[in-house]
Write a protein that binds this ligand. Structure first.
Ligand code: BGC
Length: 769
């Protein structure tokens, strides 16, 4: 009776709709949210609750007529939809929101999600490139601009950041991640979340979604979506840290992975979702599946749609992206006792809380301010940041005889299928951008050199010889992108033109590498070379005897052994985004220097992957100098060493590192050691350096990595200037998960290493008592 009275009272108070929550102080926000949502849930039918768990995809352009007359409009009005993704039209978003707010019984607003991964209209370098800046501030800025642009067009939820650790360059999705190191990736993850979410009270901040929980970056044989299997100790030490960092940073939502973990697909894995996320890390945000992943569990072979949907809900999944398994089956499962109403309520509550935290109950049209479309998108200021950050992400891999920077003089032949290609500059996942908005490399160089330089251009080759591969790869994103711009001329004609202009030039700039669609989702490769058509051309360019600069476009570490031996200078520019050509010109001509450092190890050959710097010691370690020795960890036909180490990258000046100095040789668990090193700019121009701190736990109760990144500082030094860089080390930084999953440090000796990359360090030892 008392219960009924409460319901009547609250329904009365809310006027039978979602109503407007009060905006209170931070302290009373949470109880107020709970009260508001409890009231709402009490009014909801089972169907409406299940509807909130339904994230659907429709192509906005398909609905040419009014939303209300469409099937989607009807479903929204019936309360069968909680959120939509990938609607690219702001007016359509407003109409859909109208349908929810005005035509559904309780007027609950919708969430609008989108893969805003490395920019929206203004596109930044692919995420792997962003990570190469080693600059969380720049990454926060890129995320902030992405949020401004996306929110101006109705998007309030981005499916980013992707923080899957991966050591496997075959896996195409490394393009979307932060590289191989858990510490660096955690720092970057926090930066993305600060940039996207801020405090969420503003209409230009959006909810982030960290993904893909978990282990998605470790598929067997590097095949996307493949089975994963590993020890829990490894999960905790290597794959979970960026996710835990995201939770601590207050990320609003988490997306589950496609793969299974210990035999249970992530979307129905109770250990991952409840034990780890909710209990161990106290995550109380929204858990969403990946695209169609609920239905795909039927294909994994763990039950029919009703069974897998019930399992997902029971495991802690809140929202089903695209498969409509939950919306189609949960009512039946409830009637049959396979799920509990309390679990449906909890999932529904988390969807509603996300909407509440975004302020959508207060103002469902918060993200529908159409005036912002003309002021906040692709602005000069955003593009300027994209140019700056792109330049910051470039990694100089080789620079023989200081060929770079180029002088603004003479004749430059700019050759290669990526030299004057705009769509490829955007890289994977750049839905929001105009394909032809980027400044091509050729255009950028032309704009920057004025009349002092003659620039010649030839395409030289197609991206590959393999038209079938190109067609197959294009199927991934089909009509969206036009990356393989095949030429009508024959290979011979293309090559002849390139060699003719090369003959007239003082220097050749070859712009080559992968097409954007050769990296990213569903784009695993077994061959990490520059495609043959381009490599053959590169060999002929080399044979001209002219100096050659290779500008490499890549979405992953590539095998560049031949290039490293034969090409004078190699600048890795990833997929640099909207301002590609201008950023390249800045660095090529030395107005800026290359500041990027690798965040993934570059192998010498594909047979070496998965490959990483922080591997654990074995009983038969390889020879440190890379020599091939029998009966140790390694190969008989290739060194165990990579081509370019984690953390590697050159600048236009040179630095000399002194010795690591420790202020103490022993500390107890409450103490700290300060490790310092003197760095001198020994070149004749100013330059920046990423000073990297690695630590090795020399003896442990379990085998420990040979080194682990524990800190980094980006410094700038004028020519001749020296600086002492210090890091403070405490016991917390020495913690790891043992095989009982205890997060501990162990007394003993630790080696502190500081240097310019993971392979070039000086070191000293201290003892933890
Ligand atoms: C990807 C996710 C993405 C989702 C929605 C999936 O195929 O794995 O990363 O967020 O699609 O577009």
């Amino acid at each position: 009776m008392k219960f009924l009275f409460c319901i009547i009272l609250s329904v009365f108070a809310m006027g039978m709709t979602a109503g407007h929550p009060h905006t209170g102080s931070k302290k009373d926000k949470e109880p107020e949210m709970n009260k508001y949502i409890n009231n709402l849930i009490r009014q909801m039918t089972v169907e409406e609750k299940i509807g909130q768990l339904n994230l659907i995809s429709i192509d906005g352009s398909v609905m040419t007529g009014p939303v209300t007359e469409s099937a989607t409009g009807e479903r929204i009005a019936k309360g069968e939809v909680g959120a939509l993704l990938n609607i690219m039209s702001p007016p359509k978003i407003r109409e859909l929101q109208d349908a929810a707010v005005k035509n559904s019984r309780l007027g609950i607003p919708l969430l609008f999600g989108m893969d805003v991964i490395h920019g929206y209209n203004t596109v930044f370098p692919i995420s792997l490139g962003l990570s190469a800046t080693w600059n969380p501030e720049s990454i926060e800025k890129a995320a902030r601009i992405s949020a401004i642009e996306a929110s101006a067009q109705g998007v309030c939820w981005t499916f980013s950041p992707m923080v899957d650790i991966s050591y496997d360059a075959r896996w195409g999705r490394v393009a979307e991640g932060n590289g191989e190191d858990p510490y660096l990736s955690s720092e970057i993850t926090k930066a993305y979340i600060r940039g996207y979410q801020g405090d969420l009270t503003q209409n230009d901040q959006i909810m982030a979604c960290v993904k893909h929980f978990a282990l998605y970056g470790a598929p067997e044989a590097g095949k996307d979506y493949n089975t994963v299997d590993m020890s829990r100790m490894r999960m905790f030490n290597e794959y979970f840290p960026p996710f835990e960092a995201a939770v601590k940073a207050g990320v609003g939502s988490i997306m589950t992975a496609f793969n299974d973990v210990e035999g249970v697909p992530a979307a129905a894995n109770e250990w991952l979702l409840k034990d780890i996320l909710q209990q161990r890390w106290s995550f109380n945000g929204l858990i969403v599946s990946d695209w169609d992943a609920v239905r795909e569990m039927t294909v994994h072979g763990i039950g029919d749609l009703q069974e897998v949907s019930a399992r997902a809900l029971n495991a802690g999944l809140d929202m089903d992206m695209a498969s409509q398994g939950l919306s189609g089956t949960l009512k039946k499962s409830l009637a049959e006792g396979k799920v509990k109403i309390s679990d449906i309520d909890n999932a529904c509550r988390r969807v509603l809380e996300a909407k509440y935290k975004l302020g959508l109950f207060n103002n469902p049209y918060k993200y529908c301010d159409t005036t912002r479309v003309s002021t906040d998108i692709f602005t000069a200021a955003h593009r300027e940041e994209a140019r700056r950050i792109a330049a910051e992400s470039f990694v100089l891999l080789k620079n023989d005889k200081e060929l770079l920077p180029l002088g603004k003089k003479g004749t430059i032949a700019v050759i290669g299928p990526l030299a004057d290609n705009k769509p490829n500059m955007l890289g994977t996942w750049s839905f929001g951008a105009n394909l032809y908005s980027p400044v091509s490399i050729l255009e950028g160089l032309q704009q920057q050199v004025g009349n002092h330089v003659t620039i010649l251009h030839a395409k030289g080759s197609n991206l590959t010889y393999d038209k079938e591969l190109e067609d197959r790869v294009s199927l991934n994103w089909g009509t969206l992108y036009k990356h393989f711009d095949r030429d009508n001329r024959t290979d011979e004609q293309l090559e002849a033109e390139a060699l003719e202009i090369a003959g007239r030039a003082d220097v050749i700039v070859a712009v080559m590498g992968e097409a954007a669609e050769m990296a990213g989702e569903g784009a695993s490769r077994t061959n990490l070379d520059i495609p043959d058509a381009q490599k053959d051309l590169l060999k002929k360019l080399k044979a001209t005897g002219k100096p050659v600069v290779l500008l490499l476009c890549a979405g992953r570490p590539m095998t560049l052994t031949w290039e490293n031996e034969n090409i004078d200078a190699i600048l890795n520019i990833w997929f640099p985004g909207t301002e590609a050509g201008l950023a390249v010109a800045d660095v090529l001509f030395g107005d800026k220097e290359p500041e990027g450092r690798l965040t993934m190890t570059f192998p010498r050959s594909v047979g070496q992957v998965p490959m990483r710097y922080n591997y654990r010691q074995t009983g038969r370690p390889p020879h440190a100098d890379g020599r091939i020795v029998p009966y140790v960890t390694g190969y008989i036909d290739e060194t165990h060493l990579p081509l370019y180490h984690f953390g590697y990258g050159l600048g236009y000046t040179s630095f000399k590192y002194g010795e690591v100095m420790l202020d103490k040789k022993e500390i107890d668990a409450k103490g700290t050691v300060t490790a310092s090193i003197e760095i001198t700019n020994t070149g004749n121009r100013s330059g920046s350096e990423v000073v990297q701190l690695y630590i090795r736990d020399i003896v442990g109760t379990v085998t420990r990595p040979l080194k682990e990144l524990k800190g980094f500082k980006k410094i700038r030094l004028e020519a001749g200037e020296r600086k002492v860089v210090s890091f403070t080390i405490d016991a917390e930084m020495l913690k790891f998960y043992n095989n009982r999953l205890e997060h501990i440090f162990e007394p003993g000796e630790f080696e502190v290493m500081i240097g310019a990359n993971s392979n070039s360090v000086s070191s000293s030892i201290f003892r933890l008592l």
